[in-house]
Write a protein of this length. Sequence first.
Length: 177
Amino acid sequence: MAILPIVVLGDPLLRKETKPVTEVTDELRTLVADMFETMRAAEGIGLAAPQVGRSERLCIVHVEDAMYTLINPEIIAREGSIKWEEGCLSIPDVFGWVERASYVKVRAMDLEGKEIEVEGRELMAVCMQHEIDHLDGKLFIDHLSFLKKRQAMAAWEKEKVKYPSGLRILVPGEKAE
Ligand SMILES: [Zn+2]
């Protein structure tokens, strides 16, 4: 397994629509294993393929004890609303309060190619909506008001100098920033 570099805001890949996965290959399984290792190294709770430079419609989530690989995920039900202060591994050290559904049901394919349905409430619901947004080229900052988005972008202007290559390289064992 390998820790993959994470692309940061500004990379056009983060704004591109992903392509549905048609077949679960060994290469895809390796990608998912690497994504889990990368997410752990970054101390994140979710990661989407575009964040590691890929175009597959796939993301992973890990909230408390629940861990899922979601291939071609689709939100098939949503209820309620919740406000959560979100961050993103591709926009380090920038946060913003986002309102989303407090419950979602997601239909996806797992790594065995089987159809699964995953329900999430509160943080898991927030996390799945955030990750599925990534697959449509959407970021949490897009949900902020004009003013809050401007503040977030100003914060990012200061942060982004830490990533001159446009990549966030994580070193195992080092505290993630
Ligand atoms: Zn994100």
